[in-house]
Design a protein around this ligand. Structure first.
Ligand code: CAA
Length: 379
C-alpha cells in the first residue's frame, strides 16, 4: 500500500492550490454574499485544464486520472465550494455520461466542447416530487416520427441557466418505473426548454440551482444517450463517480475550516496566552485533523479504485458519507474555536459551515449512501 501521491499528482495539487489561492479565494466571500455565479472564472478554469480533467486529451480533456481530479476539487473547495461544485457537476455529472455512454456522433458534437470547458454542462434528474426516490420521476419523453417530445420539470439543477448542455432523465415508458427511464442530451436553446428562478440557499450561494422546465420540448432521436430504458442505470453509474467528487468537496471545506482554526488559535490570546495552548482547543484541533485525514484516505481510495478499474460504488458512498458528515462536524468546531467571531462574516468558517451541509444532501443524502453501503455489506 502506497500512501504517496505521484510526482504528477503533487504537481497538479500544487498548481491548483496556487490558482485557487490567487484567483478563487479572493472572490469567494463576495460570490457567497451576492449569490453570484463565478462566470469570470470559467475561462480561467478551462485554461487551467480543470473542466475536463479525467478525460483523454484527444477528446479535449486533461488526460489526468480521477485521483488528480478529486485532488483538484479538494483544492478548489478549500477556496470556494461554490466554484468547486460548478466544476464537479460539469465534469462528473454532465460530461462523464456523454464520455461513457455517448455515440461517436455525440462525442463529436458535445464531448470536446464539454471536456475542454467551452460548453458548460448540467445534470437534470431530481424533480419536485422525486428526490431520493429518483426512479419516481414523472417527466416524460414521448417518441414521435422525428424524435422525442419532453414534458415535465426538474428541480435543483446545478449550473442552470449557465449550462449549455443538459443530461435529462425522462420516462419513455412510465409503466416500467426505473426501467422505463431514458437519458437525453438537451441543448439550452431547444424550443420548449426553459429555466426558472434561482433558489436562495443556505450555502454554496455562488452556484446556481434553479428548476428547469420542458414543455413539448422536441429533441431529435440522436439526443437519446444510451439505449431507451437505460436512463436510471446511467444516472446511478454517473452518481457513483460524482459522489467521490462531492466527498472531495467536503474534504476541501473541512480542511479550510481546520486551517482557519489553527491560524486563529495561534493568534487569539485569552487568559494571557494563545488559545492554542489550551487543552480544550487542542482536543478539538486533534479530532478535526484526525477525521479529515480519515476522510482523505476514503476519498483517495475510492478515486484510486475507479482509476484501477475496480468497483467503486460502495467505496464512493463510504467516502461521501464520512467526508460530508466530517465536514459539517469540523466546520461546527471551527466556529466554536473562533467563538463569537466565528459566528460573523469576519472569518470564513461561518461560510464553511453553511457550505458543508449540502455535501450531506446532494448527489444522494447520507441516508442514501447508507442504503448503498448496507446493500453491499448485506449482500
Ligand atoms: N450503477 C448501475 N446500475 C445501478 C446502480 C449503479 N450504481 N444502482 C442501481 N442500479 C440499477 C439496479 O441494478 C437496478 O437494475 P435492474 O432493474 O436491472 O435490477 C436498477 O438500477 C434499480 O435499482 P434499485 O432497485 O437499487 O433502485 P431504487 O429505486 O431502490 O433506488 C437509490 C436506489 C439508491 C435510493 C437511488 O434512487 C438513489 O441513488 N437515489 C438518490 C438520487 C440522487 O443521488 N440524486 C442526486 C441528484 S443529482 C445532484 O444532487 C446534483 C447536484 O446538484 C450537484
Amino acid at each position: 500500500m502506497d500512501f504517496e501521491l505521484s510526482d504528477e499528482q503533487q504537481l497538479i495539487r500544487d498548481a491548483v492550490r496556487e490558482f485557487a489561492e490567487a484567483e478563487v479565494a479572493p472572490i469567494a466571500a463576495e460570490l457567497d454574499r451576492d449569490h453570484r455565479f463565478p462566470t469570470e472564472l470559467l475561462p480561467r478554469l478551462a485554461e487551467m485544464n480543470l473542466m475536463g480533467m479525467p478525460y483523454p486529451e484527444k477528446v479535449g480533456g486533461a488526460g489526468a486520472d480521477y485521483l488528480s481530479y478529486v485532488i483538484a476539487i479538494e483544492e478548489l473547495s478549500r477556496a470556494c465550494a461554490s466554484t468547486s461544485v460548478v466544476v464537479s457537476a460539469h465534469s462528473s455529472l454532465a460530461t462523464w455520461p456523454v464520455f461513457k455512454f455517448g455515440t461517436e456522433a455525440q462525442h463529436e458534437r458535445y464531448l470536446h466542447d464539454m471536456a475542454s470547458g467551452r460548453r458548460l454542462g448540467a445534470f437534470a434528474l431530481t424533480e419536485p416530487a422525486a428526490g431520493t426516490d429518483a426512479a419516481a420521476g414523472t417527466t416524460t419523453a414521448t417518441l414521435h416520427a422525428d424524435g422525442y417530445a419532453l414534458n415535465g420539470s426538474k428541480m435543483f439543477i446545478t449550473n442552470a441557466p449557465y449550462a449549455e448542455v443538459y443530461i435529462v432523465f425522462a420516462k419513455t415508458d412510465p409503466e416500467r418505473g426505473a426501467r422505463g427511464m431514458s437519458a437525453f442530451i438537451v441543448e439550452k436553446d431547444t424550443p420548449g426548454f426553459s429555466v426558472g428562478e434561482a433558489e436562495h440557499k443556505l450555502g454554496i450561494r455562488g452556484s446556481s440551482t434553479p428548476p428547469v422546465y420542458f414543455s413539448d420540448c422536441r429533441v431529435p432521436k440522436e439526443a437519446l444517450l444510451g439505449a431507451e430504458g437505460d436512463g436510471f442505470k446511467i444516472a446511478m453509474a454517473t452518481l457513483d463517480g460524482g459522489r467521490i467528487g462531492i466527498a472531495a468537496q467536503a474534504l476541501g471545506i473541512a480542511q479550510a475550516a481546520l486551517d482557519a482554526s489553527v491560524a486563529y488559535a495561534k493568534e487569539r490570546v485569552q487568559f494571557g496566552k494563545p488559545i492554542a495552548a489550551l487543552q480544550a482547543i487542542q482536543w478539538m484541533i486533534a479530532d478535526m485533523a484526525t477525521e479529515i485525514d480519515a476522510s482523505r484516505l476514503l476519498v483517495y481510495r475510492a478515486a484510486s479504485f475507479l482509476d484501477s478499474g475496480r468497483p467503486y460504488s460502495t467505496e464512493g458512498a463510504m467516502a461521501k458519507l464520512f467526508a460530508s458528515e466530517t465536514a459539517t462536524r469540523v466546520a461546527g468546531k471551527a466556529i466554536q474555536i473562533h467563538g463569537g467571531y466565528g459566528y460573523t462574516e469576519s472569518y470564513p468558517v461561518e461560510r464553511n459551515y453553511r457550505d458543508a451541509k449540502i455535501t450531506e444532501i446532494y448527489e444522494g443524502t447520507s441516508e442514501v449512501q447508507r442504503m448503498v453501503i448496507a446493500r453491499s455489506a448485506l449482500r
